[in-house]
Design a protein around this ligand. Structure first.
Ligand code: MOS
Length: 744
């Protein structure tokens, strides 16, 4: 698509910002239909076993309690006959809430109390007593490692790649070698908005469901399947999502239990998870990576061996892409990777912002830093020396890779060249200063997406697609896209998202929404304008310049191209001339359709270079991240303001990964114990006083129709490693476990 940019690329403030800060934006737990009941979930305190007896008499006596739903009295639905495997697919046997009395993990819902008030439901939930038959369990990752396996069914890109050269031999022959076990602690999702569902069952047996999800159509498909309904009997809405980044990819138990409760009681129901309940379900897997790197004395990589293991549940095979990233990104003649998963008796680990790469890139980039030092080379120079212009693992060309520019410009912006190489050599009073860097890589994906554009008699352009804006700025960038594609002022555009009835859009994730939904909106607007022009050309009443098609659509009106100011027609007048109330067009953006996407022949990635300054207190060992610079090559940036916010937010999240966030398992009971903000620490923007984001000028007309790669996840990749590497530079101590705690 050949376009002259007017609106895409501008730092437009969020169009949904005012609605959010004034409370007009409604989240999943905010609709309050008349007669609504509050549902509070009772969780299993054991990790494995069977329910013996449920004692709920005391709970039922609480004033306001309407009913208590368990596996013994819940309505029967299709889900209890056949499990539904969700679209984003974790192979295995998905957990079915209240299916039977078997306990698979600590925190498993065993009952839901429904009451007229939240307080009554909560009080009663605490009074439900359950006797269990306890079975032995294992929740210890180190024990699970002994049972690591490769599942027979998984996505092909999770299967370790074919080895290149002979990595073991090359490693043995290398003059410089680095070898170690790197570890990432599990970490939990803590979005502002907790998982919640509000369900209204209509008199005709259809459901309207407000859910905190990244995919309204995925939840619609799940509920329709679970309840044996057709899709048009279930409407799922999520117009606003208070953060998600993977926690809302799968339909969680709250949405099924709330819907089941509404069906059982024939009343509207709301179920909200508490913060501690969030810690039973949505976590990034614990990971170990055994990494061995070999190089020549001049710093030329000769061998990379990367073996990873992450945890999964006993009933599903959750896998991530953790071992491949370095093999793609570095030139190295001999490389090999292996990857397994290790089962334990917990809920299934799941996706969390840049799943796989956040783990694999950060741990590998810590090893790369060790190798640079082992070769006596500056870490930036080492990476430039081993730079690959292709996808080195698949030996495939790339649509683009402006990582070299990112490294050079990021270093310049940071002032990297003033760095002294020796650890501990930079000081300021009591503080040791450390400067570290790392690079990042993440997929640049595209998913088929549809959008509808409708011009109304009010002269407004209405855009609709079932995308979710999880807080990333999707409303805003789609409005900008429509403004440019149709020639419409931003304030005459309405964007409707987050509703399963809208044109098909895949679940928001993988950083593909900007590229995919953006392309769909562009095509729909393009098509609508063509339709309008064609209709006008055939209209008897239109002025000659319109009929002849000598016109453009700009500023929200039709203008003659011959320079005559009088040749102007408003869109409202154009529609009335046609005798129409409105005109609409719907289009689907697919790889290869009207966009020049080379889906197969070239590999597509986003890249970044991250530079970090830490200050470590000489006496206390406390660590502060004082400066971060992230230079990002992500193709076309649709909105530098919202895009930079994505990178900054991810850098804060990665600071948590590097220094604070760690879900601690009590193996005896199989539960993550620090399930609240008093004991699980997440950083805020104010913890990092100075964060700069640079975007490279990366032109890529193959990666997606609009040249967009997406920025939701790349900010996680490399940042934690840059922090760890800076800590080494400050202190001379290598840490191979994340998070790095003072005194560790
Ligand atoms: Mo992201 S983990 O694909 O929401």
């Amino acid at each position: 698509m050949n376009v002259i940019s007017t609106q895409i690329g501008q730092p437009v403030p969020r169009i949904d910002g005012v609605a959010k800060v004034t409370g007009q934006a409604k989240y999943a737990a905010e609709p309050h239909p008349p007669g609504m009941l509050y549902g509070v979930i009772v969780n299993s305190p054991i990790a494995r076993g069977r329910i013996d007896t449920i004692h709920d008499a005391a709970a039922r006596d609480v004033a306001g309690v309407v009913d208590i739903m368990t596996h013994l009295n819940r309505p029967h639905t299709a889900l209890f006959e056949k499990a539904y495997v969700d679209g984003l697919g974790v192979p295995g046997a998905p957990y079915r809430p209240l299916h039977d009395g078997t306990i698979h993990f600590n925190g498993q819902p065993v009952a839901v109390v429904f009451a007229e008030t939240f307080e009554a439901a909560r009080e009663a939930a605490m009074l439900v007593r359950v006797d269990y038959e306890r079975w032995p369990h294992n929740a210890d990752f180190d024990v699970a490692l002994h049972q690591k396996y490769m599942p027979s069914r998984t996505r092909s890109n999770y299967v370790p790649p074919k080895p290149r050269g002979n990595a073991a031999e090359a490693y043995a022959l290398s003059a410089v070698r680095v070898e170690g076990r790197y570890h990432l602690a599990p970490e939990h999702h803590n979005p502002m908005e907790m998982h919640a569902t509000t369900v209204i069952m209509e008199d005709d047996g259809t459901f309207t469901v407000w859910d905190k999800t990244q995919g309204p159509q995925a939840v619609q498909a799940y509920l329709a399947s679970a309840l044996s309904l057709s899709k048009d009997q279930v409407r799922v809405r999520n117009p606003y999502v208070g953060g998600a980044f993977g926690s809302g990819l799968r339909a969680l138990h709250n949405v099924f239990l709330a819907t089941l409760g509404a069906k059982m009681l024939r009343r509207p129901v709301r179920v909200t998870l508490t913060r501690p309940q969030m810690f039973t379900h949505v976590f990034r897997p614990e990971a170990v990576m055994d990494i061995a790197l070999g190089a020549c004395r001049d710093g030329t990589l000769q061998s990379m061996i990367v073996e990873g293991v992450t945890d999964t549940s006993r009933f599903e095979h959750n896998m991530e892409n953790i071992v491949i990233w370095g093999l793609i990104n570095y030139r190295c003649p001999n490389a090999m990777a292996d990857y397994r998963i290790a089962p334990r008796d917990t809920y299934t680990s799941s996706d969390m912002r840049a799943p796989g790469a956040a783990t694999g890139v950060n741990l590998l980039e810590m090893a790369i830093d060790e190798m640079a030092y082992a070769c006596g080379m500056d870490p930036l120079a080492f990476r430039l020396h081993n730079y690959s212009d292709i996808d080195a693992m698949h030996d495939m060309p790339l649509t683009s890779k402006a990582l070299r520019e990112a490294m050079v410009q990021g270093a310049q912006h940071f002032g990297w060249h003033d760095r002294t190489m020796a650890p501990g050599s930079m000081r300021d009073g009591r503080e040791r200063i450390g400067w570290g860097m790392a690079t990042g890589i993440w997929d640049a994906m595209f998913s088929p997406t549809s959008a509808r554009a409708r011009l109304g008699r009010d002269g407004r352009l209405h855009i609709a697609t079932a995308a979710s804006d999880i807080g990333t700025g999707t409303y805003t960038i789609l409005a900008q896209t429509a403004a440019e594609a149709f020639g419409m002022p931003l304030d005459r555009i309405d964007i409707e998202l987050g509703d399963s009835t809208l044109p098909e859009c895949p679940t928001e994730g993988g950083s593909w929404t900007a590229a995919s939904a953006g392309a769909a909106v562009w095509l729909a607007c393009d098509s609508l304008r063509a339709r309008l022009f064609t209709a006008l050309a055939g209209s008897a009443n239109a002025p000659p310049w319109v009929k002849q098609g000598d016109m453009t659509l700009s500023g929200g009106a039709l203008h003659g191209v011959n320079g005559n100011d009088a040749d102007c027609l408003s869109l409202t007048d154009a529609l009335s001339l046609l005798g129409l109330d409105g005109l609409e067009a719907e289009e689907a953006a697919k790889p290869g359709l009207r966009g020049k996407i080379s889906q197969m022949r070239k590999a597509r990635f986003t890249h970044s270079a991250v530079f970090c300054e830490v200050r470590v207190d000489h006496d206390l060992g406390t660590i502060r991240v004082t400066r971060l610079v992230n230079a990002v090559a992500a193709g076309r940036i649709m909105n530098p303001k919202t895009a930079a916010s994505q990178i900054r937010g991810a850098m804060v999240m990665a600071t948590g990964m590097a220094l604070h966030e760690e879900s601690l398992m009590d193996e005896r009971v199989g539960r993550f114990m620090n399930h609240n903000f008093a004991e699980y620490h997440i950083p805020a923007h104010a913890d990092i006083p100075d964060m700069d984001v640079l975007f490279m000028d990366e032109h890529d007309d193959e990666v997606s129709p609009l040249g967009v790669k997406g920025v939701g996840e790349i900010g996680m990749c490399g940042t934690a490693a840059a922090i760890a590497n800076a800590i080494f530079h400050a202190t001379g101590q290598r840490h191979r476990n994340l998070p790095i705690m003072p005194g560790a």
